[in-house]
Design a protein around this ligand. Structure first.
Ligand code: ADP
Length: 479
């Protein structure tokens, strides 16, 4: 026997026994007038009706009427009534009991209805919140059945999407192959809401076109709530798809913008060395240059300017590779003084132009890719020289800060405007005043930042216009 049946039987037994008890007590011990008995019975019936079912209250009303008639209305101990006034009293008693019971059942139904609606509203609210948590279409679709199970307390939820022809499910019962086929069919042809036993299905739409179907098992929901769940899911899918499209087109626009900036910057920077090479080569080809010394000077120009072009092209390639995460770095314990001397050697023109004072305070090895770290330092040294007067000193320091080594390159050059200090690490950003005067591409610091961040460090600048700049980057220690 299930528990609901046991509860029902207990209630019925209790109600009848209690009725008999009231009648017995009034009849045996408390000798009161029939009106008091009638009011007590009425009160009892109303309490039953407000607590339990209407059916029970009606049956107890009829039994109470019979008992009242039999035991309290003269002639007692018979079901006949002598005084016609008592007929009226009996009839009033029965009708009051029935009307009261009905009213209290109605009030209970309405309260239950309101509670149900509130539960459903809470469910819809919780579901909407879950649906707004992600803007990624794939993650959203994947999470819908789980969110529906969690918020509706269903045993299982299945989402089938027509376009993707995929089924997503969550909960304790998984679909059989036959059920899958059936669900697909219903998603294509079905309409609105369908119920079979405790299984609920709602067809999802985009406008009037079917988009899929949501199936729930073991959830108690009204048609309105189910329809609202379908709408929330459809709207969330539309929203996530729209956001993804926007993000995609923004990304495409940004990459277009960067591409054209890159082309502008490279063509601009290529023009000067190419003009020099062309000039030197033409001069060499004409027979005007006779002296070996002059020929040598022109060849040196060609050599240096080709190096410059080479550097430029490799920088562009490197940046593209860093962007696409195609570079391979090998992190191993590296001595910072080796990196420093290697970098100074690579950009030897810097030392020839500006004296470099190296102050290494601690010699802890760092965990780094030697070649890439050398590149960062080379870039900073070149900038320090490019943006300072000839002969002004560059100070290079390295010191341990926590579990990192902080390497600084300080110059006494032109400095950087405060509002530009956060921009100079962006790709292709060049201070407008240098655009013409000092050659550069705006790629160096951006590349340096990518490399330092790939090492797990950071790079920053402190600068005052007219006084100089200090660029500092940190790299994790090897230990
Ligand atoms: P580039 O030097 O090729 O222009 P970078 O990315 O290395 O590109 O630098 C970006 C900008 O940052 C430079 O154009 C310059 O305005 C500024 N900058 C970089 N280093 C210094 C420095 N040491 N002193 C002053 N300004 C600097």
């Amino acid at each position: 026997m299930n528990s609901r049946r046991i509860v029902a039987i207990t209630r019925w037994t209790f109600s009848i026994v209690a009725l008999a008890g009231i009648i017995f007590v009034y009849r045996r011990w408390l000798h009161v007038n029939p009106t008091t008995v009638a009011l007590t019975l009425l009160l009892y019936i109303l309490v039953l009706a407000s607590l339990w079912s209407l059916r029970l209250a009606i049956v107890i009303s009829v039994l109470a009427t019979l008992g009242y008639n039999f035991y309290f209305l003269p002639p007692v101990n018979t079901l006949t009534i002598a005084d016609p006034q008592n007929w009226l009293a009996l009839f009033s008693f029965l009708s009051t009991a029935l009307i009261g019971s009905r009213l209290s059942q109605k009030a209970r139904d309405e309260a239950e209805d309101a509670r149900c609606r509130q539960r459903e509203l809470e469910t819809l609210f919780a579901l909407s919140r879950e649906m707004l948590a992600t803007d990624n279409v794939a993650a959203l679709i994947d999470g819908i059945p789980r969110a529906v199970v969690a918020t509706t307390k269903a045993r299982s939820a299945v989402l089938y999407l027509l376009d993707e022809d995929l089924i997503f499910q969550a909960g304790t019962e998984l679909l059989s192959e036959h059920e899958r086929l059936y669900l697909r069919q219903e998603a294509r042809d079905g309409n609105g809401i369908n119920r079979t036993g405790d299984e609920l299905r709602v067809v999802l739409k985009v406008g009037v076109k079917p988009r899929g179907i949501l199936m729930l098992r073991g959830a108690v929901l009204s048609d309105g709530a189910l329809e609202a769940i379908g709408t929330i899911i459809s709207v969330s899918l539309d929203r996530a798809k729209a956001l993804e499209n926007v993000a995609h087109s923004e990304a495409t626009k940004e990459s277009e913008r960067l591409r054209s900036l890159m082309i502008d910057s490279i063509t601009h920077e290529l023009r000067t060395p190419l003009t020099s090479i062309k000039g030197a080569a033409s001069a060499l080809l004409s027979d005007e240059i006779q002296r070996d010394e002059d020929r040598r000077e022109l060849l040196t120009i060609i050599d240096q300017e080709s190096d410059r072009i080479n550097r430029l092209v490799s920088q562009a390639v490197e940046m593209a590779q860093l962007d696409a995460r195609q570079v391979h770095m090998t992190f191993e314990p590296v001595d910072i003084d080796e990196v420093i001397s290697g970098a100074i050697k690579d950009v030897s023109w810097v030392e020839e132009r500006n004296p470099i004072d190296v102050r290494i305070q601690q010699k802890e090895p760092v965990r780094a890719d030697f070649e890439f770290l050398k590149k960062v330092l080379g870039n900073l040294l070149e900038n320090a020289a490019k943006y300072s007067a000839e002969g002004s000193p560059i100070v290079l320091t390295a010191e341990v800060q926590g579990n990192k080594l902080a390497v600084s390159v300080a110059d006494k050059g032109i400095g950087i405007d405060p509002h530009e200090q956060s921009l100079i690490f962006d790709r292709f950003y060049r201070a407008p005043i240098h655009n013409q005067r000092i050659s550069g591409t705006g790629m160096g610091l951006s590349i340096s930042r990518s490399i330092v961040e790939a090492h797990g460090g950071s790079i920053d600048v402190v600068s005052r216009p007219g006084e100089g700049s200090v660029f500092t980057f940190t790299i994790p220690l090897a230990t």
